[in-house]
Design a protein around this ligand. Structure first.
Ligand SMILES: Nc1ncnc2c1ncn2[C@@H]1O[C@H](COP(=O)(O)OP(=O)(O)OP(=O)(O)O)[C@@H](O)[C@H]1O
Ligand SMILES: [Mg+2]
Length: 605
C-alpha cells in the first residue's frame, strides 16, 4: 500500500492546467523519482500533497485514508517532511535556530536552552559535512550548506514521508554523496521518499521507481532500473528516441576556434586579502574557460572580482585590452561583462514584472534609440528567446513569479544572453533546468562563443564543466593550482587535479573553511530580504512553529505569495529596487549590485 498518494488529481491556475487527473503514489521504503520538463507540474503536485494548494479535483490519501491538509504545517505534523525547491529557512536567524525551529530544546523553566541547542546543532550538522558556527546567521552560509541545513531539518523530524524538490541543485559532488547516504538510510527505515531532480545520473543512483509528468499529465510510472536513459528523456520531452539522440541532449558543442588574438578577458594577479592570491588567466574570444575546484576554492570570488563585485587589493582585469576599474560593477557592465549570478533568488527575477519585462530589462539601452524603445524589437527579441529556451509561460505578459522554478531560471539566462556581452560569467548556468532546455542553453552558449564571446564557466556539474570548457583553470584556496586544456580536459584529470588540492591538509579538507567564508551569502543579502519575509513568505518549509506559522496557516490557494518554489516573495527587494519604469542601467545594476554589497560587507575569507 502507498504511504502517500493522489488519485485523479487536477489543479488549474488561471490559463494553465497544471495537473490533469494525475495518479501518483509512493510506498514505504521506496525512493520514487518524479521527473518532467520545466513546468511539467512536479512542484505543483508536491504542493498539493503537502497542503500548500488544495486540489480542484481528485483526492490525496495518506496511509490509505483520504486527507486534505489545510496547511504545510499540518502535513508536516502528520509526518510528511518536505524540502521545497527553494531553500526557505530564515536567513537572519542563527543556523542552530533554523535547524530546530519550533522544536527548540527547553530548560525546565521553558526557556530555550541555547547551549544545548548549539551543541546538538553542531553535532547534527557535522554528520552532514557542514562545519559552520551554528550561532551565526544562516544567511552567511553558502547556498549548498543552506540546502544541507534544510535537509538535516527535514530528516530530523520524525517523518513517514520525505519529499525533496531538487535537493541537489546547489550541492557539490561530496554533498550529494552525503545526501544519498541519508536517502538510503531513510529507505532502510521504511520511510517513503519522493525525489525530484533534473540530474539523471542521480536518479539512477538512488531511486527505485519513476513517474514522468508531461504537461501536467502522468505519462509513465514504473521501476527505474528497467528504463533506459534515452527512453526516459524521450518520455519527458515527448519526442522519439531518435530525435533525442540526434539532438545530443545535454552537451556543449565543445571545441571553439579560439582566435589567436588579444584575449577578451585578462586577469593578472588578482588578489583580495584572505580570498584571492594572485589569480591569473586569460580568456580569448570564442573560448569557454571553466573554473574548477571545490567549494571555497575561490571560484565565486574570482568571478566576483572580474564582475567588479569584489574590489582588488592587487592585480588587474582587462577587457578587450582596456583595464577595468576595480570594484565597480557598472564599469564592468559598460565594458561588456555580464554576470549570471549563482544566487538567482536574491539577485535575479523580478516576480511582479512580466516575462517580457524581465527579459528586456538589461537590453533596453541597446534597443532604445534617442530614448525611444521600439516595442516591436523587444517583442521580437523576447519571442526569440522564449522559443529557443522553451520558456513555458501562458504569454510574454505573464508574471515571471508565476512560472515554474526552471522557467524562471531560463528567463534570467535569456536576460543576460540577450545583452550580447563580450565576456559572460556563468555561475551554475543550468541549475534546475531540464535536459531539453539545457541542450538549448548549451547550444546558445556555443553559438555566442563562435561569435567571439569569451565565457567563464562555473559548474558543480562536473560533466557540464568538462563538456563545456575548452580549458579548465583549477583553483585551490584562492590560487591557481593547475590548468587543463584540449585532450586533458577529462573527468579523470580534473578529479585528479581537484583531489590533489583536497589532499593538502591545509586545503579544502577542512569543511569549515570550505563552507562558510567562501560562498557565504553574506548578511547583506540577508538584510535585503525584509524581515517580514520570515513570517509572511517563508512558507511551507518544515513546521516552523515560530515565524512560519502565519504563512502556513494563512490563505493558501491563489495567494500570490504562497509557495516556496517560485520566486514569490523572495526577490521583493529586487522588485523594489527595480520599478518597471526605472532607468535600464539601474535595472541591470540591480542584478549585480547585491553581490557587490555582499562582497564588501561579508566576512569573506
Ligand atoms: N502560482 C501559480 N500561478 C500561476 N501558474 C502557476 C503557479 N504555480 C505554477 N504555475 C504553473 O503551473 C505549471 C506547472 O508548474 P510547476 O512549478 O509545477 O512545474 P515543475 O514541474 O515543478 O517545473 P520546474 O522543473 O521548472 O521546477 C507551470 O505552467 C506554471 O507556470
Ligand atoms: Mg519545480
Amino acid at each position: 500500500m502507498h504511504a502517500l498518494s493522489v488519485h485523479g488529481l487536477t489543479k488549474r491556475f488561471p490559463g494553465v492546467l497544471a495537473l490533469d487527473s494525475v495518479d501518483f503514489g509512493v510506498a514505504p521504503g521506496e525512493v520514487h523519482a518524479l521527473i518532467g520538463e520545466n513546468g511539467a507540474g512536479k512542484s505543483t503536485l508536491i504542493k498539493v500533497l503537502t497542503g500548500v494548494h488544495g486540489p480542484d479535483e481528485g483526492e490525496v490519501r495518506y496511509g490509505g485514508e483520504r486527507v486534505e491538509f489545510a496547511t504545510p504545517l499540518a502535513a508536516q505534523r502528520a509526518g510528511i517532511s518536505t524540502i521545497y525547491q527553494e531553500v526557505n529557512l530564515v536567513p537572519l536567524m542563527s543556523v542552530a535556530r533554523n535547524l530546530h525551529l519550533g522544536r527548540e530544546p527547553r530548560s525546565r523553566l521553558g526557556l530555550i536552552d541555547f547551549s544545548r541547542m548549539h551543541r546538538e546543532a553542531t553535532e547534527t550538522l557535522r554528520e552532514y559535512g557542514v562545519r559552520a558556527d551554528v550561532r551565526r546567521p544562516l544567511g552567511e552560509l553558502g547556498v549548498g550548506a543552506q540546502q544541507m541545513v534544510a535537509l538535516a531539518r527535514a530528516v530530523s523530524v520524525e517523518a513517514r514521508v520525505v519529499i525533496m524538490d531538487e535537493p541537489t541543485s546547489s550541492l557539490e559532488p561530496r554533498e550529494v554523496e552525503t545526501l544519498f547516504g541519508v536517502i538510503r538510510r531513510l529507505r532502510e527505515q521504511g520511510v517513503a521518499v519522493v525525489y525530484v531532480s533534473h540530474r539523471l545520473d542521480e536518479l539512477y543512483a538512488v531511486c527505485d521507481a519513476v513517474t514522468v509528468l508531461r504537461d501536467g499529465r502522468r505519462v509513465h510510472t514504473g521501476p527505474l532500473a528497467e528504463l533506459e536513459r534515452l527512453r526516459l528523456v524521450s518520455l519527458m520531452l515527448g519526442r522519439e528516441i531518435g530525435e533525442v539522440r540526434a539532438e545530443g541532449t545535454t552537451k556543449f558543442g565543445g571545441e571553439h576556434a579560439a582566435a589567436a588574438v588579444e584575449p577578451v578577458l585578462r586577469a593578472e594577479g588578482l588578489s583580495v586579502p584572505h580570498q584571492l592570491h594572485g589569480v591569473s588567466f586569460e580568456v580569448r574570444p570564442g573560448e569557454v574557460v571553466g573554473l574548477g575546484g571545490l567549494l571555497g576554492s575561490g571560484r565565486t570570488e574570482t568571478v566576483k572580482a572580474v564582475s567588479g563585485a569584489l574590489a582588488l587589493s592587487e592585480g588587474r582585469v582587462t577587457v578587450a585590452g582596456a583595464p577595468l576599474r576595480s570594484g565597480s560593477p557598472p564599469a564592468a557592465i559598460r565594458a561588456g561583462v555580464s554576470l549570471l549570478p549563482e544566487d538567482r533568488k536574491t539577485e535575479g527575477i523580478v516576480p511582479g514584472l512580466s516575462v517580457r519585462e524581465n527579459i528586456a530589462l538589461a537590453v533596453l539601452p541597446r534597443l532604445s534609440r534617442g530614448g525611444l524603445v521600439s516595442e516591436a524589437r523587444i517583442d521580437a527579441l523576447v519571442e526569440t528567446f522564449m522559443k529557443r529556451l522553451r520558456i513555458k509561460a501562458s504569454s510574454p505578459r505573464q508574471k515571471a513569479g508565476e512560472l515554474s522554478g526552471g522557467n524562471q531560471q531560463k528567463v534570467l539566462l535569456a536576460r543576460w544572453l540577450a545583452t550580447e556581452p563580450k565576456v559572460l560569467l556563468l555561475d551554475e548556468p543550468t541549475r534546475g533546468i531540464d535536459v531539453g532546455a539545457k541542450a538549448e542553453v548549451q547550444k546558445l552558449i556555443d553559438e555566442l562563443a563562435d561569435n567571439g564571446l569569451g565565457v567563464l564557466l562555473i559548474s558543480s556539474d562536473l560533466e557540464e564543466l568538462i563538456e563545456g570548457s575548452d580549458r579548465v583553470v583549477v583553483l585551490r584556496d584562492g590560487a591557481v593550482v593547475g590548468e587543463l586544456s584540449g585532450d586533458e580536459v577529462t573527468e579523470d584529470r580534473l578529479m585528479e587535479a581537484i583531489a590533489a588540492a583536497a589532499e593538502d591538509p591545509a586545503g579544502a579538507e577542512s569543511p569549515a573553511d570550505a563552507e562558510s567564508p567562501a560562498d557565504a551569502e553574506s548578511p547583506a543579502d540577508a538584510e535585503a530580504d525584509p524581515p517580514a519575509h520570515a513570517g509572511a513568505d517563508v512558507p511551507g518549509d518544515a513546521g516552523a512553529d515560530v515565524p512560519g506559522d502565519a504563512a502556513q496557516d494563512g490563505p493558501r490557494d491563489g495567494a500570490p505569495d504562497t509557495p516556496q518554489d517560485a520566486a514569490p516573495g523572495t526577490p521583493r527587494s529586487a522588485a523594489q529596487g527595480t520599478p518597471p519604469g526605472s532607468a535600464p542601467r539601474t535595472s541591470q545594476k540591480s542584478g549585480q549590485e547585491p553581490s557587490a554589497r555582499a562582497a564588501e560587507e561579508a566576512p569573506h575569507g
